[in-house]
Design a binder for this molecule. Structure first.
Ligand SMILES: [Zn+2]
Length: 443
């Protein structure tokens, strides 16, 4: 927090009068060009210069690339933009340079910058806007999240209207008030968040916000369990939580039921047709067409998607059930080991904890989940509906050939998206991580 940004940190370190102080700072450098040499080697292209610098032992950025047309430039730009958050340093764009040195010379420079190089910036990830209101959201586990309602602002290519304030502690630390001007940040697929308040812009008309003591959905008292930052609604029949659980069940990483999003989940719950996820498979065309805005065609599509989801492998069902702390990775490990849902439900806690990467927190959450009467009722409904409780049988035999191998996927793959490749590697027991480390086996 001593420096406003990395640029100031680097410049400030280099300006140190005592070189020992500068040497203590963990600065690093990529060399991008060579201003001139004589008598050693004749270089005619920028690319050759970079290769020569590399031979001499200078650090040259491994992401530099020689591109020949606009299409390649656009591909390169998009590729680097999609990977910027995996890099161990911040970047705000790429620089395009003319390769031939004699062309560079001919183009020359303006008073400010060379004409043979141009910065191609990524879309901004930070913007300033105003907090119109602060609301609280009830998640599927009952956690209460304060959310800033914003004046709509364009950020990283989409209009942002809401930003997470995470929890009461963060809200207090950032001192966000209703009416404040704030800096909002959005990175990749992550939910936008409020970075900081611009306090100089305060007028005195801002209003403080305090967390509610009652659940905004069911009106029951909220509790903050020891060791947790979130206030929670512990009412198992809380409508907001039940609706969120239906949305989660149908989500892409869960049962992947297309067409079943937030508004339909709410409609199904409020109409009384679906009280828990087990009821989804009792829906019929006759029941569905009674709903407002539900045509015959949409009803058929939904039933088709529901039917298809019954055949999902066990790990998707495990994610969909929304057991606390059980995400995609843990679900795959459990599914590969136990092979069927009933096996997991009756497994002793020690056996679950014994699995690699599964800690006691996950194990006790699993036991707690399957011991609840509500869970037993839902599982009975799913079983009656014919939902598959097993991991794919064709996976047996070649499971685990990549066990213990860690992969990092970069660039564009020819036959798969990176997500598809990740799933394939995981299906064979391998692990995929975001950045290269000493544990990486394959890039
Ligand atoms: Zn509630």
């Amino acid at each position: 927090s001593l420096f406003a940004n990395p640029r100031n940190a680097a410049a400030g370190s280099l300006r140190q009068l005592d070189p020992k102080v500068a040497a203590e700072r963990p600065l690093d450098i990529f060399v991008f060009s060579l201003n001139g040499i004589s008598g050693v080697k004749s270089l005619s292209a920028h690319w050759d210069t970079l290769q020569y610098l590399k031979e001499l032992g200078f650090k040259v950025n491994p992401l530099v690339s020689l591109l020949t047309d606009l299409e390649q430039i656009m591909d390169y730009y998009r590729n680097i933009e999609s990977r910027r958050h995996e890099l161990p340093y911040d970047i705000d764009g790429v620089v395009l340079k003319v390769n031939e040195l004699h062309c560079q010379q001919q183009l020359g420079s303006t008073s400010r910058a060379p004409r043979w190089a141009v910065a191609y910036k990524f879309m901004a990830e930070e913007a300033v806007t105003r907090v119109k209101d602060i609301e609280v959201n009830v998640g599927r586990t009952g956690a209460i999240t304060p959310v800033a309602i914003l004046e709509p602002v364009l950020l990283a290519g989409s209009v942002v209207k809401r930003a997470s304030l995470h929890n009461e502690d963060v809200l207090k630390e950032k001192e966000v008030m209703i009416g404040d001007e704030v800096v909002v940040h959005k990175a990749g697929d992550v939910i936008p968040e409020v970075v900081k308040v611009i306090k100089e812009k305060r007028t005195g008309r801002e209003r403080a916000f305090s967390m509610p003591q009652l659940c905004p959905s069911c009106g029951k008292g909220l509790q903050r369990l020891s060791g947790e930052v979130a206030w929670r609604c512990l009412n198992p029949a809380c409508p907001a939580q039940l609706i969120e659980r239906i949305i989660h069940f149908a989500s892409r990483n869960g049962m992947d039921i297309s067409g079943l999003g937030e508004s339909l989940a709410r409609q199904l719950y409020e109409s009384g047709l679906v009280k828990d996820v087990g009821d989804l498979y009792t829906l019929s065309r006759e029941k569905l067409v009674q709903l407002e805005r539900m045509g015959e065609k949409s009803a058929e599509n939904l039933l088709e998607a529901l039917h298809k989801s019954k055949g999902n492998p066990l790990h998707k069902l495990l994610v969909a059930l929304g057991i606390r702390f059980v995400g995609e990775r843990a679900a795959r490990i459990l599914a590969n080991h136990f092979k069927s849902l009933p096996e997991i439900a009756v497994a002793p806690e020690e056996e679950i904890t014994g699995l690699e990467e599964i800690g006691p927190k996950i194990a006790s959450s699993i036991k707690h989940f399957f011991n609840q009467e509500e869970t037993k009722r839902i599982i009975k409904k799913l079983e009656d509906a014919g939902v598959n409780f097993k991991e794919e049988p064709e996976n047996e035999g070649n499971n685990g050939v990549l066990e213990g191998c860690t992969f990092v996927l970069t660039g564009t793959l020819k036959d798969y998206t990176r997500r598809e490749a990740t799933l394939l590697i995981q299906a064979k027991g391998g692990k995929v991580t975001g950045s290269v480390s000493k544990n990486t086996d394959y890039v």
